[in-house]
Design a protein around this ligand. Sequence first.
Ligand SMILES: Cc1ncc(COP(=O)(O)O)c(C=O)c1O
Length: 402
Amino acid sequence: MENRKLLEDSAHYLLNTYTRFPIVLRKGRGMKVWSADGKEYLDFVGGIAVNVLGHCHPKIVIAIQKQAQRLIHTSNLYHIEPQIKLARLLVENSFADKVFFCNSGAEANEAAIKLARRYSRDVLGQNRFEIISALNSFHGRTYAALSATGQEKFQKGFEPLVPGFRHVPFDDLGALEAAVTKDTCAVLLEPLQGEGGVRIPGPDYLSEVRKLCDRHGILLIFDEVQTGMGRTGKLFAYEHFGVQPDIMTLAKGLGGGVPIGAMLATDKVAAGFQPGSHASTFGGNPLVCAAAIAALDVLLEDGFILDQCRRMGEYLKTKLEDLKTEFPSYIAQIRGMGLLVGMELTRDGAPLVKACMDRGILINCTAGNVLRFMPALIVTEKEIDHLADILDQVFDQISGHV
Ligand SMILES: Cc1ncc(COP(=O)(O)O)c(C=O)c1O
């Protein structure tokens, strides 16, 4: 079907929940995608931090093909071989002892929130239920995840929200301490905020939060839906800060493009769930787990990709800093870890996203004025140079230099 007809049908048949760009993406390989009308794009959005290995990585494609021929779905009434293997891989490479699989980031956070409350009631016998999360955080669109999210714009019109959530400024230990009550059962944080504008806490914040949680007998939950699976240059962002959570949530990069989420927990905390406490029909089905095993295998191979991610992240930040020097009135700050990099502008970022797209580069803008770059971890210097050249042209144009 041609591009124009597809766009017409999209408007006609799909619920109007997304502000979509007027292109239909049909094919992808590595860092590149092609639209239905044949235009090539260099992709610095990466499915919103999902495609850690780029589009259609051959090992993921083969794993999906092989698994699809063998067994696609069984339900969790039976043991699932790829699910067991994936859980083992995640446990062997993280702080956690146990894994629960679901289908998205929001669902992983729902599971974490439910586990924190159940653990308090059934294991500790305390009946605590309150969860403290951060302002400007993003935890998903389902009701509990939305209630945990510290941004009113996503909640407006959906009230009443789930009770029992408090929000405090991110990276402010005093505010967090002041918000703890006798009912607090957990603190839920992104180690660095993604949707909130790529915000990195001070070096001691998370370790101080850990100590605070331990002092008060509160669980620490890290939402690594965006920062996990190598995105920040380590398999999980918590590793940079020398802090381990009690619960961690994953999704996005976990399946290399297929929908899978996971909640990981220590044995102690996992004891809060019993058979029947929580479930998902599709969660951890054979097909998605086979894809995730392939993605994780590639990520862990000799640490090569994580190393590449750290080097390319530094290179990208250097190139963006050069642009900041050239256009100081447009660019306020460059920040990021690994290949989750933000460029805070002094103005709305939407026109820049459009101008880059017109020139064959896909980038994203979050929090209104932060250009966010989250390419595949296999991005090359040459591709980053190309992005920097295009951004240079675009800034030149909007500042009236050309
Ligand atoms: C940190 C974080 N948590 C949760 C979510 C929600 O994930 P999903 O869209 O898969 O439900 C996102 C999505 O952007 C996220 O960035």
